[in-house]
Write a protein of this length. Structure first.
Lengths: 109, 115
């Protein structure tokens, strides 16, 4: 069954702006992960945040996790046209990983 | 070096046919998965195998039968194909079950079209 739910479903911004995507989930997790999917390609892992962590950074990516609200956010700073893709959150509990439906991000040059 | 590979990349077939999709990973991972991504891009897990043993089997019609001859391969066989089976099927793998960094590595996908 579906676990994470991303919000918004679609996001369109200008190059250089920041993009924020949210993910809500319903049950317990060991960790939460964000993936990126370019059109016609497989998913690529971006970042993992463990359930006891609150914030994590990787390059232009910043992920937060609030386990009390069962939510996470992915922030992409100084976006580029090449960031255009779909972004999925995935919750992992006991090696059972469930994906949301994704946020489609379009970055206009 | 391809980490997770799938064949074929595209598969067009008639209703009622039987087809197979193959997946291989050269990462030395113990766990492999099959996902189905529908036209709305929703990614749904179908099966998960750990060391050739089935550990997740979602509510999938029994026309779908995964087969894992060894831990580097997880093939998906589909009998009596239906129009609703049209989707992109992704194979993925991850490290030892229960590991702290359970990142999954995805194959490029197989686009199945049933006519």
């Amino acid at each position: 069954s579906q676990q994470g739910e991303e919000d918004p479903q679609a996001l369109s911004i200008q190059e250089g702006e920041n993009a924020t995507m949210n993910c809500s989930y319903k049950t317990s997790i060991n960790n939460l992960q964000w993936y990126r999917q370019n059109s016609g390609r497989g998913l690529v892992h971006l970042i993992l945040i463990r359930s006891n962590e609150r914030e994590k950074h990787s390059g232009r990516l910043r992920v937060t996790l609030d386990t009390s609200k069962k939510s996470s956010s992915l922030l992409i700073t100084a976006s580029r046209a090449a960031d255009t893709a779909s972004y999925f959150c995935a919750t992992d509990f006991n090696n059972d990983m469930r994906f949301g439906a994704g946020t489609r991000l379009t970055v206009k040059p | 070096d391809t980490a997770v590979s799938q064949t074929p990349k595209y598969l067009v077939t008639q209703m009622g046919n039987d087809k197979s999709i193959k997946c291989e990973q050269n990462l030395g991972h113990d766990t492999m998965y099959w996902y189905k991504q529908d036209s709305k891009k929703f990614l749904k897990i179908m099966f998960s195998y750990n060391n050739k043993e089935l550990i997740i089997n979602e509510t999938v019609p029994n026309r779908f039968s995964p087969k894992s001859p060894d831990k580097a391969h997880l093939n998906l066989h589909i009998n009596s194909l239906e129009l609703g089976d049209s989707a992109v099927y992704f194979c993925a793998s991850s490290q030892v079950k229960g590991g702290p960094n359970n990142e999954q590595f995805f194959g490029p996908g197989t686009r199945l079209t049933v006519l």
